[in-house]
Design a protein around this ligand. Structure first.
Ligand code: 475
Length: 835
């Protein structure tokens, strides 16, 4: 039997173990001229992955063929970020072959978990927004919807974080160095992308139409790499298409530039630079020219490819929106609007009005943050120099829109000032996305309400029909089936495996909450997962933590609004109390952090140093008998996140109310049975609604209270500082050398951020001191609740049982119903066809 045929059979309904083992052996031999026993773990990872890919390929071909035959409408999810994590384990889960493969490898003396650990995370994203895109791709494939993810194949993804002497050090993430077994380079679909130069205007002598010719530009070739996105148990394989750049080879240069050595070198440099590295800022705009180049690069290439694909089957480009919908993941891909206009007008020959109809029926926009510093506003001179033709189109979109505003609100120039795209020398990308898109959505109920009532109020008033909410979700395939196999198997033994593709079924666990034996089993699994994490911590940090202590975990990007500082200040406060009252009863606690700080974000980096310094002091103080441990997990990323969520007792979701658009980590903790300790912010609100306030620990200002303080003033942290001596003591400990070996300046930026109005426009911008007491009280309630293990186990189990709403499958079905209007396409298995 050919290897291909063997592979096809081995993952079909009955797993062909022998065929699989042969394929792995053959791969080790052909790739490395080695036997299984001689191969390194990395070589085994490659060999296993190629065997798996071989099977995926058949379903991939079949899926694309079915899409073609059915001529189904397709969503293009445009995103600068796809935080995919590792592929091998997830692909095996979704192929429903994980256990079989694990067993087969065991028979060859290979540990699948060890092999999985050889795979670098595909970290092509920062945090929430990028991971959401990855969860959406998983759900789209699992729900049989035709979809492409379109993005950039960064040579370097999110930096690796090392902790040296308590400080974050960024190390380049050379994730492709061993090769990526799952990707396929598609040279034949390469597209040219042009930057800069000038636009010459001509009238076509024959048609009399205006023609715009770009001259003296620089250009690069965009070359796509396709990565398979495997649906769960349905033989669907969708595509994540990420673009690489290569220089235009000499013969393709303009006539004018042929033999221009200098220009050739320049284009080579541009190609290298453009896809070199992911910008590591989360919830933050960096107005760098290279970033705009990246945006236009992948958008232009993706749109050219999508139009070419459409035209293969369809004659009338004016009906594009019937077969294509483009979802813009925040404003980063918003240049899709004028680029689609350009392609339709300049290349396809449509009139402005025709092009506008197509564009505004094709593009939709998701907003992910209301943080002012994240708003993309490009300086007009930068924008127009880099994208001269695009800028002309933006000007025309703006001109026409402003006329409309003046018609709607005669004499109200304030409206124009607030809503125009071009204002004060800037191109406001969000305004363009809202004006051109047919849909504008927020990512949680509260977030969407804040958009409608505050941030985007004027747009909402003028075009309310565009606005809608799509509460985020997460994929239970990765964050339960793969990340927490013990709990996954237990749930399946109780309620069947329907939850894997229909998470609403997880509510069937609810009656079991009253079953003492079930609760004991549930807690035993949590304990085993805590042991697994304790082992990880011992290996990576050299710290002993007690799996019987409360595992209190805050893992997410480091940002002031997420308030890791509140968490660590509270730990300092607890430590003071334990030292002062050694006799006081105190349930042992392990506080665990994981967070990357943007490289240039000073206060964020100082917070990391503070956490590590507090960890040093507390963990080495024998007088507290191990009651308190603090652990900072180095290089928090998707792969170790899976271990952390499974092991958590308490989920820290403590952002300043109104600032966290949704949060998705909160959902991953809930799914894994960790109650939320949090503010009424983002999706926490909906989590509490599902699980009941008595099964969460809620504290702090409401979003309305925060917004009122922001608008009217009336909060002065100095009052709290002087009236609450315990708070004063911890704040002073930032400066007195307790956590800095006597250095009085180490945390000065943190100290000033809390108290000093000269350093920020408002002291304690994120209401840390204001919420401190309320947070400490909530932490006290956590301790009391945990002491009652019967009560706690009910709470924990109820969190899992009530998490059904937060699957990304539900989110995707809502996008499909309200925005994308796709139809499901069934894909027969290879076996049904050929055997
Ligand atoms: C929100 N990232 C979460 C999540 O909707 C929400 C990346 C590059 C440049 C600027 N910003 C980013 C974000 O804005 C981001 O990750 N936003 C997050 O999106 C998914 O759950 O609350 O903070």
């Amino acid at each position: 039997m050919s290897r291909k045929k063997e592979n096809k059979r081995m993952f079909s309904k009955r797993f062909e173990k022998a065929a699989f083992k042969t394929a792995v052996k053959e791969n080790v031999k052909t790739l490395y001229r080695k036997t299984i026993d001689e191969a390194t773990p990395q070589q085994l990872f490659q060999a296993v992955s190629y065997a798996v890919k071989d099977v995926i390929i058949d379903d991939w071909i079949e899926t694309q063929k079915r899409y073609d035959e059915t001529d189904a409408k397709t969503v293009y999810y445009m995103s600068m970020e796809f935080l995919m994590g590792r592929a091998l384990g997830n692909n095996l889960i979704n192929m429903t072959a994980y256990k079989d493969v694990k067993e087969a490898l065991e028979e060859m003396n290979i540990d699948l978990n060890v092999i999985e650990d050889e795979e670098p995370d595909a970290a092509l994203g920062n945090g929430g927004l990028g991971r959401l895109a990855a969860c959406f791709l998983d759900s789209l494939a699992t729900l049989n919807y035709p979809a492409y993810g379109c993005g950039i194949r960064y040579r370097y993804g999110m930096f690796k974080q090392k902790i040296e002497n308590g400080y974050q050090v960024e190390v380049p993430d050379n994730w492709l160095k061993e090769g990526n077994p799952f990707e396929i380079r598609r040279e034949e679909y390469a597209k040219e992308v042009r930057f800069g130069g000038n636009i010459r205007f001509e009238k076509d002598p024959v048609t009399g139409k205006d023609k715009f010719i770009q001259e003296n530009y620089e250009s690069v070739m965009a070359v796509p790499y396709d990565m398979p996105v495997v649906g769960y148990g349905n033989h669907v394989v969708n595509t994540l298409r990420v673009w690489d750049a290569k220089p235009i080879t000499d013969f393709k240069l303009d006539e004018f530039d042929r033999g221009n050595y200098h220009k050739a070198v320049e284009q080579e440099n541009l190609a290298k630079l453009i896809v070199d590295v992911l910008y590591p800022n989360d919830n933050h705009y960096s107005g760098k020219e290279l970033r705009l180049k990246q945006q236009y690069f992948f958008i232009s290439a993706s749109l050219q490819a999508l139009i070419a694909k459409y035209k293969k089957k369809h004659g009338d480009i004016r009906k594009l929106y019937e077969k294509v919908v483009i979802q813009m993941n925040d404003t980063h891909p918003t240049v899709a609007v004028p680029e689609l206009m350009r392609l339709l007008i300049d290349v396809e020959g449509l009139s402005w009005d025709e092009a506008w109809e197509v564009t505004s029926k094709t593009c939709a926009y998701t907003n992910h943050t209301i943080m002012a510093e994240a708003l993309e506003k490009w300086p007009i001179d930068l924008f127009s120099k880099l994208l001269p033709r695009i800028y002309q189109i933006v000007q025309e979109i703006d001109r026409r829109f402003v006329i409309q505003v003046r018609e709607t609100y005669p004499g109200n120039e304030e409206k124009v000032r607030k809503m125009a795209i071009l204002m004060d020398g800037q191109v406001r990308m969000a305004n363009m996305a809202i004006i051109a898109g047919f849909s504008v959505n927020g990512v949680a109920k509260l977030h969407t309400e804040i958009l409608e009532k505050q941030e985007l109020k004027d747009f909402y008033q003028m075009m309310p029909e565009k606005f809608n909410n799509k509460t985020n979700g997460i994929t239970q395939r990765r964050f339960l089936a793969h990340g927490n196999p013990l709990l996954a198997d237990w749930i399946t033994s109780k309620i069947g495996d329907g939850w894997i593709t229909d998470l609403s079924q997880i509510s069937k666990l609810k009656p079991l909450v009253e079953d003492e034996e079930a609760r004991r089993e549930f807690m035993e699994i949590k304990y085993q997962n805590k042991v697994r994490l304790a082992k990880y911590i011992k290996e990576h940090n050299g710290i002993d933590v007690d799996p019987r202590s409360i595992f209190d975990i805050q893992v997410k990007r480091l940002h002031e609004y997420k308030r890791q500082l509140l968490n660590i200040l509270h730990i300092m406060y607890l430590y003071n109390q334990i030292k002062e009252h050694p006799e006081m009863s105190f349930y042992p606690r392990t506080f665990i952090f994981g967070a990357k700080a943007a490289a240039g974000y000073l206060r964020a980096k100082e917070t990391i140093k503070l956490i590590n310094s507090v960890a040093d002091v507390v963990n080495n103080d024998r007088s507290i008998n191990g009651k308190l441990k603090v652990v900072f997990i180095e290089d928090y990323r998707v792969s170790n996140a899976e271990i952390l969520f499974a092991a958590a007792d308490v989920s820290e979701q403590i952002s300043t109310a109104s600032k966290e658009a949704s949060g998705t980590g909160n959902m991953k903790f809930m799914l894994n049975g960790a109650p939320t300790l949090g503010t009424m912010d983002g999706a926490n609100v909906e989590i509490v609604q599902e699980v009941g306030e008595e099964n969460a620990f809620i504290f702090g200002l409401s979003s309305q209270e925060v917004i009122n303080y922001e608008n009217n003033g009336g909060y002065n942290p100095v009052d709290i500082y002087f009236n609450d001596w315990e708070i004063k003591r911890v704040v002073d400990q930032l400066m007195d050398g307790t956590y800095s070996n006597g250095d009085h300046n180490m945390y000065i930026n943190l100290y000033n951020s809390l108290l000093n109005t000269q350093c920020t426009d408002r002291a304690d911008t994120y209401f840390i001191l204001k919420d401190f007491r309320s947070y400490a009280d909530a932490q006290k309630r956590v301790e009391e609740a945990y002491r009652d293990q019967q009560k706690w186990s009910k709470m924990a189990m109820l969190n899992t049982a009530c998490s059904g709403k937060f699957t990304s499958d539900r989110t995707i079905e809502e996008y499909v119903r309200d925005i994308w209007h796709l139809e499901k396409v069934e894909v027969p298995s290879g076996q049904d066809l050929f055997d």
